[in-house]
Design a protein around this ligand. Structure first.
Ligand code: HEC
Ligand code: HEC
Ligand code: HEC
Ligand code: HEC
Length: 206
């Protein structure tokens, strides 16, 4: 896919130059995913929802967000296909893991529990947390898996904002922290050494 590669290169270049540039991939003009008068799914989605099975064999209902994402991210379209049989659980009702409420949709943990696919999200791979271009992935995992996380990483995760925070969304763009803060965002957290690790009172067994 030449265009995609060109897009990635271009975005990489712009990212390096301007804080206002965002990750390669999704349509900055919205229409690839939303259709104002000719919708095919929830959220006036313009893509035919995918129907298939989750890793546990449960049917993915077309009204689920996962089916919207998979409308493009499947083998047939060839746009970075995601095979749910070999993926982190998604489209599930969490049993053991406590997911922050704002990351749940209608009682389900879905793709948007981990990704905010909107062009406003400058994070690596549209993740809900800035991972310093994937170098600090533990900060992301710690948002939902505190019991498994390193205490210093957990302290960073508690400070890291989530893209879907209503408080973030309501801020005017100019007042929002500069997206170039990829490295800076981690820097705003005091160096681990200066800081008492925040250890949560006995996390629930997970
Ligand atoms: C890659 C696909 C994709 C693109 C591109 C996209 N959206 Fe969305 N949009 C979604 C999905 C999926 C949801 C449901 C998300 C959720 O519940 O978190 C959504 C939800 C929304 C909502 C409802 C939010 C809410 O809180 O109820 C609005 C408004 C919206 N999109 C506007 C836009 C605009 C404006 C653009 C272009 C700047 C855009 N979207 C681009 C996938 C996309
Ligand atoms: C309209 C089609 C379409 C839909 C729907 C869609 N995507 Fe994408 N997505 C793309 C394209 C195109 C790319 C870029 C592919 C490439 O670079 O090769 C992409 C790339 C991505 C990437 C990688 C970004 C990067 O920086 O490398 C992620 C993560 C992603 N999508 C997640 C999602 C999630 C989650 C949803 C549902 C909320 C979704 N996508 C829905 C078309 C779509
Ligand atoms: C538990 C969190 C989580 C969930 C749930 C999740 N993802 Fe991801 N996804 C990630 C992470 C982390 C990465 C980045 C992996 C990396 O680059 O190391 C990623 C990467 C991707 C990519 C880019 C892969 C690439 O090779 O560039 C796509 C596309 C994507 N996810 C789509 C989806 C879709 C569609 C769903 C729902 C069906 C989904 N994700 C659910 C965490 C998640
Ligand atoms: C936004 C929340 C969230 C994030 C972020 C997240 N997870 Fe999860 N994780 C879950 C949920 C929900 C489950 C399902 C467990 C359950 O049913 O309670 C899960 C399950 C798992 C499991 C068990 C899988 C199985 O088949 O039993 C592993 C391993 C895991 N996650 C690793 C990770 C790693 C590694 C990361 C970071 C790259 C990550 N998770 C990020 C929410 C999350």
């Amino acid at each position: 896919m030449k265009w995609a590669l060109a897009g990635r290169l271009a975005a990489g270049l712009v990212l390096a130059l301007a804080p206002a540039a965002f990750a390669a991939g999704h349509d900055i003009d919205c229409k690839d995913c939303h259709s104002v008068h000719n919708a095919k799914g929830a959220f006036i989605f313009s893509v035919q929802p995918f129907s298939g099975q989750t890793a546990t064999g449960a049917a993915i209902k077309p009204d689920q967000i996962d089916a919207l994402c998979l409308g493009c991210h499947n083998e047939e379209t060839g746009i970075i296909p995601i095979d749910l049989k070999h993926s982190h659980p998604t489209g599930v009702q969490p049993g053991r893991i406590k997911v922050p409420d704002k990351l749940m949709r209608n009682g389900l943990f879905t793709c948007v529990g981990c990704h905010d696919p909107h062009p406003s999200n400058a994070n690596y791979k549209y993740l809900i947390v800035d991972t310093n271009e994937g170098k600090d992935m533990g900060v992301f995992c710690a948002k939902c898996h505190p019991a498994q996380s390193d205490p210093d990483v957990l302290a960073k995760a508690e400070k890291a904002s989530v893209t879907a925070d209503p408080a973030q969304l309501s801020k005017p763009a100019s007042a929002a922290p500069a997206p170039a803060a990829a490295p800076a965002a981690t820097a705003t957290a005091p160096a681990a050494a200066d800081q008492k690790p925040v250890i949560k009172p006995a996390p629930k067994k997970q």
